[in-house]
Ligand binder design. Structure first.
Ligand code: ZN
Length: 496
């Protein structure tokens, strides 16, 4: 159980934007931050949900009901605690009037769209692409955060961004606020400043990141947790082209599609170095951690927010929480969300974190919890699948599998039987191979916490789990290549 009292008390102002991959920043060179709001530290209370210690009936067929229970609970909670919730107004638009002549004489041009006034000295073709980004991301903001609170001054939502190649020009034009030290980017009110980036993708990512802060912090009522604000700014920053425009809040498909992003490599490096963070550790990342590193806390927060926002078991409930604009009710709602889902979040996070790759398929890779009825069939296009079989520590189980699955359809169908095909590997084992895992009743806690115990099975094997828990099976494949799989193995499990 997380101690939220302690957790929320560490809430402070958000740090600046992330550094590009590979760039390490010494602590003392941290850029200026807005001071923490003292009253944010006092807004702590234990919710009814927390007091009741809601535990999801995780591995039972009726598990799906927990989601609607959570939503009802949350509505009740909000009704009881926030009579003024619907009347929240966003902060006054205090952006200064730009002296365009002065800006232009310094070599800075202005570009305008509905959601953004962009002042920049970068090439016009790049600037014209940037200025449309806010209008494009707006729908995703509203989808995830709900409709923006109404404006105190009835103005339409718009931000002003300064994208600077030569910062001296902006200082000369009086466009940089005094005392604002900009390492890579900074936001204040409805304005943000950022240095130009080497890559088009990363320039767009940073702009979306900073503008998302302006949106998420548009109420003057204290600050939400840093891991959430930074993780969600990163979530909205990640984007990819579609046939009709851009899609936001994605796991980039490849390194080539997201030059300069590098968060996936950072997490892989951290895991390889034995510094993997659990879900419970991520939600404790606070101002201190974000001040000590401008790389890994951002990477963890991004990966975790994307996981919560895109995992089919949590996305709806997490969105309900994200749509609470006011800080105190948000904190209570997150607490209830965490207490409802902690166990499942922790075990699912472990699978995703330890195999994180470009394009990790959260939709298909999420574990299947429903207990099967009739024949036990393990689908090639899904992640870990519940067999419904409870095992005890030291119990022997013989598992045999037959059948044929398709693992790819491009060029020619790649077919496999339960032993797998050794022309391609995933996590050290042939793709197509039947694998097993016991989801432990009690996670192992020597060193890092481990919720799963894994087994190499193939067409036939006898396993002897160390831990008591529930048996899961899957057909091995890369986690970003599940969408073209089909077919299933028929499996028999015989306890000895
Ligand atoms: Zn940020």
């Amino acid at each position: 159980m997380i101690h939220f009292q302690k957790l929320w008390s560490s809430v402070s102002a958000t740090a600046g934007p992330p550094l590009p991959p590979g760039v390490r920043e010494p602590r003392e060179s941290r850029e200026g931050e807005t001071p923490a709001e003292p009253h944010a530290r006092e807004k702590v209370s234990t919710t009814r949900a927390a007091q009741q210690e809601l535990r999801p009936p995780v591995f039972e067929p009726g598990r799906g009901r927990a989601s609607s229970c959570f939503a009802k609970l949350l509505l009740l909670l909000l009704a009881l605690t926030t009579p003024s919730f619907a009347q929240s107004l966003r902060r006054h638009d205090d952006r200064p009037t730009i002296d365009l002549q002065k800006a232009q004489s310094a070599g800075i041009e202005r570009y305008t769209s509905q959601g953004l006034i962009l002042l920049t000295d970068i090439e016009p073709d790049k600037a014209r692409k940037l200025v449309t980004l806010i209008d494009q991301v707006y729908a995703t903001w509203e989808q995830q955060l709900g409709p923006l609170p109404a404006a105190r001054d009835k103005k339409q939502f718009q931000v002003t961004g300064y994208v600077m190649r030569d910062e001296a020009k902006f200082e000369q034009a009086g466009l940089v606020r005094p005392n604002l030290k900009i390492l890579h980017g900074q936001h204040a009110g409805y304005e943000f400043w950022m240095k130009d980036a080497d890559y088009d993708y990363y320039r767009e990512h940073l702009l979306l990141h900073e503008a998302s802060h302006c949106v998420m912090q548009c109420l003057d009522d204290g600050l939400k947790p840093v891991w959430y604000l930074e993780g969600m700014a990163e979530f909205f920053g990640s984007h990819e082209p579609t046939q009709t425009g851009l899609r936001f809040g994605i796991l980039p498909a490849s390194r080539q599609a997201s030059p300069g992003f590098g968060r996936i490599e950072m997490i892989r490096e951290e895991c390889a170095a034995g510094r993997a963070l659990s879900a419970a550790e991520i939600i404790k990342l606070g101002p201190v951690e974000f001040s000590e590193s401008r790389t890994t806390p951002y990477a963890w927060s991004w990966a975790f927010c994307t996981f919560l926002a895109r995992h089919p078991r949590f996305s709806a409930d997490f969105r309900t929480v994200c749509q609470i604009w006011e800080t105190e009710p948000f904190q209570k709602a997150f607490e209830a969300f965490w207490n409802t889902h902690e166990q499942l979040i922790s075990s699912e996070w472990e699978i995703y974190r330890d195999s994180l790759c470009y394009g990790w398929d959260l939709e298909r890779g999420a574990s299947v919890l429903k207990v099967p009825t009739g024949k036990l069939q393990i689908e090639a296009a899904r992640g870990w699948q519940n067999t419904g079989l409870k095992v005890t520590s030291g119990q022997k189980l013989t598992i045999t599998a037959t059948g044929r699955v398709v693992l790819a359809t491009a060029t020619k169908p790649w077919e496999s039987e339960p032993q797998g095909i050794s022309i391609r590997y995933s996590e050290g084992r042939p793709i197509g191979r039947l694998l097993g895992a016991v989801l432990r009743e009690e996670p192992a806690t020597e060193g890092t916490t481990r919720h799963w115990e894994f087994f190499n099975i193939g067409p036939s094997a006898t396993i002897e789990p160390v831990s008591a828990g529930t048996l899961f099976l899957r057909v091995n494949d890369r986690w970003n290549e599940l969408s073209d799989n089909s077919g299933q193995y028929e499996v028999q499990v015989t306890p000895r």
